[in-house]
Design a protein around this ligand. Structure first.
Ligand SMILES: *Cc1c(COP(=O)(O)O)cnc(C)c1O
Length: 393
């Protein structure tokens, strides 16, 4: 079985590029060039240099001793929370800004929901001196004031999307409209392993640094490159794709994908796509998608803004359908408690997204000698208000 993208841009039956005719030249330009550009030694050199000096890589692979003791197994945390800007998203935006420059683009657009991808994009635009326009739903702008302020400080223009539900999908529509109108000078930075081909594969390859590092770091710790399990939370699926990438075809490595079950899988307030989703098209790709009987996309819910997404990237849809990955669903309550537990046991305040991955240890028993590597995708600073309100701190 092949778990990578094929020549036509598909992972099994998922993926592809379902785009309006007018976007075809942009997407095709990217498709024809992305692998070639990424393979250039100069590109590799600049990418790796920035990951090291600007992002702070390699991120540590930390053996969480007290957490391991509590759950009677060996738990390693891949510390993406220690990256510049506080999460894994910067790995991808660095890669894409370098790609945009190689393709001669001078203007960057992005869409953002909670603002995390907007901040990561505004950051690299400032770094490279490129114009940055971030589309964001009007409601999200009101809800995420600190991230809006960050983007503005970094020099980005934040444009409110005022149509529809005034949230992420409306911001995406605005960004796509912008790209159609500015096909020559503009690159659209997508923030997760989603979108039309080649985006899911390109984003995955930029995030694959995570599993590349895990291999040599685990070798140092355990004397072997492969863990028994890799675990990551899934919104669109970029930190997960990066964490799994170099293990996809290693049969001794089990893959666990953790989704947000919100108030409960069947509560009507959930983002558990692997259970509730059916095949459909979102953001230009065919994937698993939460939708009504007549195909309207369902409004997802999770306490964590980064997992509040109605689909999963096409790679993950394929991993789910083939059974290569085990999907688990974690509720708001379970995630919040796991997050607080990490604070108390390890002195690390995790992003609520990452707390979902941490919560699996209450649901699944691992063997004492199992080596479990978990992607700690981000730090919890951005979620402080949520933690305060939830625990009445
Ligand atoms: C955005 C975000 C996620 C979810 O995005 P993926 O593309 O699924 O990785 C997870 N964790 C953190 C900290 C995030 O900021």
């Amino acid at each position: 079985m092949n778990y990578n993208v094929n020549e036509k841009g598909y992972y099994g039956e998922f993926g592809g590029a379902y785009i309006p005719e007018m976007l075809y030249p942009n997407v095709e330009e990217l498709r024809q060039n992305y692998l070639k550009v990424m393979a250039e030694p100069e590109f590799q050199k600049e990418f790796n240099q920035l990951l090291k000096d600007y992002v702070g890589r390699p991120s540590p692979l930390y053996y969480a001793k007290r957490l391991s003791k509590k759950y009677n197994t060996k738990i390693y945390l891949k510390r993406e929370d220690l990256n510049h800007t506080g999460a894994h998203k910067i790995n991808n935006t660095i890669g894409q800004i370098l790609m945009a420059k190689r393709l001669g683009k001078t203007r960057i657009i992005a869409e953002t929901g909670a603002g995390q991808h907007g901040v990561a994009t505004a950051t690299v635009c400032a770094l490279m001196g490129l114009e940055c326009i971030v589309y964001m739903g009007e409601i999200d702008i009101a809800r995420q004031a600190p991230n809006v302020a960050r983007m503005k400080m970094l020099g980005a223009k934040v444009v409110p999307a005022t149509s529809g539900s005034k949230t992420l999908k409306d911001a995406t529509n605005e960004a796509i409209r912008d790209w159609i109108n500015n096909p020559v000078n503009t690159h659209y930075i997508i923030g997760s392993a989603i979108g039309p081909h080649p985006y899911p594969d390109m984003v995955t390859r930029f995030q694959a640094i995570i599993s590349e590092e895990i291999k040599w770091q685990l070798k140092e710790h355990e004397g072997k490159e492969n863990p028994d399990y890799v675990v990551a939370c899934i919104g669109g699926g970029s930190n997960a794709a990066g964490t799994y990438y170099h293990f996809l075809h290693e049969e001794d490595v089990n893959i666990i994908a953790v989704e947000a079950a919100g108030l409960g899988i069947h509560s009507g307030e959930s983002a558990a796509t692997s259970v509730l989703g059916r095949e459909g098209i979102i953001h230009g790709c065919k994937t698993l998608l939460m939708q009504t009987i007549d195909g309207q996309i369902t409004e997802p819910y999770s306490i964590s803004a980064g997992l509040d997404y109605p689909g999963v990237g096409p790679m993950h849809a394929h991993l789910c359908k083939t059974g290569r990955a085990e999907f688990m669903s974690i509720t708001d309550d379970e995630a919040m408690n796991a997050g607080l537990e990490l604070c108390k046991l390890e002195g690390i305040i995790p992003a609520i997204e990452s707390s979902h991955a941490l919560a699996i240890f209450e649901q699944k028993q691992f063997k004492p000698n199992d080596v479990v590597v978990l992607s700690l995708s981000g730090r919890g600073d951005k979620d402080l208000q949520n933690y305060i309100e939830y625990f009445k701190i």
